[in-house]
Write a protein that binds this ligand. Sequence first.
Ligand code: GDP
Length: 196
Amino acid sequence: MIKKAEFVKSSQKYTDCPDPFKPEYAFIGRSNVGKSSLINMITERKSLAKTSSTPGKTQLINTFEMDDIWYLADLPGYGFAKAPKGVRGGFNRMIYDYIEFRKNLVNVFLLIDSRHTPQAIDLQFMEWLGNKQIPFSIVFTKLDKLTSTQMQKNLNHYKVELLKKWEELPKIFTSSATSKIGKLEIIGYIDSLNVT
Ligand code: GDP
């Protein structure tokens, strides 16, 4: 359980983020994927991360400090309709720079809505992470919206898609902010990486 969760600052680029002296974990995903809800769920805070942010408004990296030990970076959502096409998608250069150059970044949690079939923008982003050798995990969100059969089907679909490009799968979590599923696994994983 996280005893202390504090907002530190909002930054426009990685060079403005807090000094990189604590291990950092970034959360990212398409707009509306349930990122804010997940962050609030795992930290057991009602509105630490702001839910339902307006698409297209200023994109900032929000840094939170957990138990004086590690940082959580809430990255802007991507995948807005007005975004340009291509690998970069609607994804801001500053986010790519953050992920590539942020020294204390330990792991990226990429959130994916478990109801959807594999989307090009997410797959392309994973490919980019792979090319840059950035450690990442996938978190399938909104588990409560599916039956377990549908969930398995969608998860398998994703695995098949990933194995076309990857020799092994990244670590996969499933979560539901409404049913409070996935918290222990995600926090446990972060704790395990913090001690190694
Ligand atoms: P963000 O834009 O990625 O930060 O997404 P939000 O956390 O604001 O969530 C977007 C919408 O999905 C909101 O209406 C949430 O209430 C809803 N939502 C988020 N997580 C869950 C979940 O686990 N289960 C269900 N049923 N709805 C969720």
